[in-house]
Each structure stands twice: as structure tokens, then as C-alpha cells.
Design a protein around this ligand. Structure first.
Ligand SMILES: [Fe+2]
Ligand SMILES: [Fe+2]
Length: 237
């Protein structure tokens, strides 16, 4: 009997996410919403059932690495400093290191590792370009951005569903996979209806989540960017 047969995967997800909920309730809820969106996008794409299964697991666990990001950074309401952005950008690799402890999660760990890559190669942690990014990671990236925009932030209200879709459309090709964005557009009307009638897992108003406030500009942070963008002038607020 394999491990996967012995322990139902959804029970493993539940244990891991319950741990995350104790640490960071916002990211716990965000995880369910990202999975909700990712599965609907995937339904509009020609995806093998094994890939869909991996996507289901990886979408739920994509931000598990945030469990070790310090409270000071995770709960910060103001703008993140350069150093704090570096810290938060560790979360995909931390998640990868946690998940790969389970051999059955090998592929899931890789998908999680690359969920902040960008099509143009300016994402993190590996600066992968285009189709070198696992398709499941590209689907999670779009779902992640959608939920980030649909969620209230301490400094701004959630945007309307149509506004969020239009913003994702604008970034197709450079940040997001155009095929994934096309699939999102295919299902967005039905998805918006589901979302408005409350079928998506609720955002219960936790505001401790600061990791994706710059998601639409999620380029890798490095020393050269620090010099060229004036990031060194951003201090704690
Ligand atoms: Fe993330
Ligand atoms: Fe996320």
C-alpha cells in the first residue's frame, strides 16, 4: 500500500492548513479561495486528471512557507522595506522544503516553489521564463493575484470582480500565462456569480496579510533593483 493510499491527501492538507490557521488565519482562508479559483480555471483548460489533482493540493498549500515568516513582517500594516520584501520572498522555497519531506508531495513541492515566477523571468525564486514554469504554478499565480485584488487590505478596499479580471488581462504575457488568462476569461462570468453569492470560501476580515500587496508588481527583489528603483529609501512606516 502506498502512502497516498494509506493517508488520504485531503486529510494531510487539513492538518497542514489547520497548523497554518493557528499562525496566520488570513493566509489559511486565502489558501481555500486560491484553490477555488484555480480549480475553476483548470476546468476550462485541457489538463490531465493527475495535473488537476496536483493543482488542487498545491493551490491549498502554496503559501505554507509563510508559517516561518516573522510576525513583525507578516503582520506589518505599512509598506514593506527592502529587507522585509526579501524575507517574505523566502516563502516559496520554505514551502518547497517543508513539502518535499513527503515523497508523495514531490511534484506539489515544485509547483509551490514556482508560484511567484513570472512569464517574463522577473519572478522568484528562480527567475524561470514562460513554459519553464510548471503549468500548475502559472494557474496558481493567476488565482493568487485574483484573490489578492478581491480581498480587503488595511489600506484599500477590495476591487470589483470585473476590475480584477481587467487588471489580470493587462498583465497577460509579462506576468501571467496568456493561456491561463484566456481560461480565466472563459469562466469568469460563472466564477463571478459564484463569488458574489458566497460560494467562495469567506474572507473573514483578517488583515494580517501583507505578502501580496505588490503582487501585480511581483518582480524579484535584488540588489540591482534596490539601486535602480530607489527602494533603499523606503523605510518602516
Ligand atoms: Fe505566495
Ligand atoms: Fe498566495
Amino acid at each position: 500500500m502506498t502512502f497516498a493510499e494509506l493517508v488520504p491527501i485531503d486529510e494531510v492538507i487539513d492538518v497542514v492548513l489547520t497548523t497554518l490557521d493557528a499562525r496566520d488565519p488570513y493566509t489559511y482562508e486565502h489558501s481555500f479561495r486560491v484553490a477555488f479559483f484555480a480549480e475553476r480555471i483548470a476546468a476550462a483548460m485541457p489538463l490531465a486528471s493527475a495535473m488537476r489533482r496536483r493543482l488542487h493540493v498545491a493551490a491549498h498549500l502554496h503559501d505554507i512557507g509563510k508559517i516561518v515568516i516573522s510576525d513583525r513582517v507578516l503582520n506589518k500594516l505599512g509598506r514593506l522595506t527592502y529587507e522585509e520584501r526579501i524575507e517574505i520572498q523566502r516563502h516559496p522555497r520554505i514551502g518547497f522544503n517543508i513539502l518535499r519531506r513527503l515523497p508523495v508531495f514531490d511534484d506539489v513541492a515544485t509547483i509551490v516553489l514556482h508560484h511567484h515566477e513570472r512569464m517574463d523571468g522577473n519572478g522568484y525564486p528562480s527567475r524561470l521564463v514562460g513554459e519553464a514554469i510548471p503549468l500548475e504554478s502559472r494557474i496558481i499565480a493567476v488565482s493568487d493575484a485574483l484573490d489578492a485584488m478581491l480581498s480587503d487590505r488595511p489600506y484599500r478596499r477590495a476591487v470589483e470582480f470585473d476590475t480584477a479580471i481587467a487588471e489580470i488581462d493587462r498583465h497577460a504575457g509579462e506576468q501571467f500565462d496568456p493561456a491561463v488568462v484566456a481560461a480565466l476569461n472563459h469562466v469568469s462570468n460563472a466564477m463571478a456569480q459564484d463569488f458574489r453569492r458566497g460560494a467562495a470560501p469567506k474572507n473573514q476580515g483578517h488583515h494580517a496579510y501583507v505578502g501580496h500587496e505588490d503582487l501585480m508588481h511581483s518582480r524579484i527583489v535584488d540588489a540591482s533593483q534596490m539601486e535602480s528603483s530607489g527602494l533603499q529609501s523606503i523605510g518602516p512606516e
